[in-house]
Design a protein around this ligand. Sequence first.
Ligand SMILES: [Cu+2]
Ligand SMILES: [Zn+2]
Length: 176
Amino acid sequence: MKIPPLLISVLVAVVVALVGSSAMAADPSKAIAVLHPTTGNNVSGTVTFTAAGDSIKVVANITGLTPGKHGFHIHEFGDCSSPDGKAAGGHFNPTNHQHGAPDASERHEGDLGNIEADASGNAHLDITDKILKLTGAESIIGHSVIVHEKADDLKSQPTGDAGGRVACGVIGIAKP
Ligand SMILES: [Cu+2]
Ligand SMILES: [Zn+2]
């Protein structure tokens, strides 16, 4: 039996498409940022972002802080190369909103408010966020987490007046 050439090329195309799609990574369901101190600081820790239904669960464990509140944001660039953390750019804001509190209707995607350190300088945060995304054009993967010297006042534009940057970590795909 002779197979028509057109049918062969269609079959080849189907096989290539199937192999290609199975080789592609599935949408990530978990991301992580490992925080490193900027120059002159001693702040480090981890932040995980885990898909949970239509929300993202954010868990942070950070040490080396001064006691009290510290601005905690996702910034635009996944670039922690500068000694002051400024290579990370401004707040991650792919949909062009004003700065605000995490629960405000008007906020940057990256606005996660504050983390609060205890008297020993340790902070733990466990929140669920409905704005963050791990997939698509507004995914936080490849951007960065910045922890600030001071509290985010949740209203000053465009940064919440949170002062210098004490730690930076690039957000990558986590090992499931
Ligand atoms: Cu920030
Ligand atoms: Zn902001």
